[in-house]
Design a protein. Structure first.
Length: 170
């Protein structure tokens, strides 16, 4: 929690979100191996607040090809700008630009940074994680993990549509 009245210009905020607090933030199957750590620089310019810094995550994910679990470490960078919520209500219509997409609004003197850290982590977890780019996946016929076992199943015949797509891409 950041108390704005205690910040003159900048302040460095070090902390962590333990696995229980992280799971409480939302519905997630993400298995954290250790707490999410951060070291954020909070800079205050009049009523505008900028928060920047590294966020580190160590998690266990399930491979999208072979369904085996693997560990991943992510070094992320949180970079957001906060403005008072009163600025939102002062202008009824506003055209958004690219730099406006990282702008958030706050009310009062305290800002809870946990939701911002949680959002940064969840946005950077791969949608279809892979244990490695060379992962061979599971055989669709016998179900063996092709990374650890050899199977003698014949390759699936390619369809006419697949052949046309290959020729189009080449």
């Amino acid at each position: 929690m950041i108390r704005l009245s205690e910040i003159e210009d900048t302040q460095v905020l070090k902390g962590e979100m333990d696995t229980v607090r992280f799971q409480q933030m939302g519905d997630t199957d993400l298995k954290l191996l250790k707490p999410v750590t951060y070291e954020l620089t909070v800079a205050k310019f009049d009523d505008t607040v900028a928060i920047d810094g590294p966020v580190n995550v160590a998690a266990r994910l399930e491979c999208g090809r072979c369904l085996e679990e693997f560990d991943i470490e992510l070094a992320l960078t949180l970079s957001i700008k906060l403005v008072p919520g009163t600025e939102l209500t002062q202008s009824p219509e506003k055209e958004l630009h690219g730099e406006d997409l990282d702008v958030y609004y706050y009310e009062g003197d305290e800002i809870d940074i946990d939701p911002f850290v949680y959002e940064e982590v969840m946005l950077n977890i791969p949608v279809r994680p892979l244990c490695s780019e060379a992962c061979k996946g599971i055989c669709p016929q016998c179900g063996k993990n092709r990374n650890t076992e050899k199977c003698d199943c014949p390759e699936a015949p390619s369809s006419l549509l697949g052949e046309k797509l290959k020729s189009f891409l080449n």
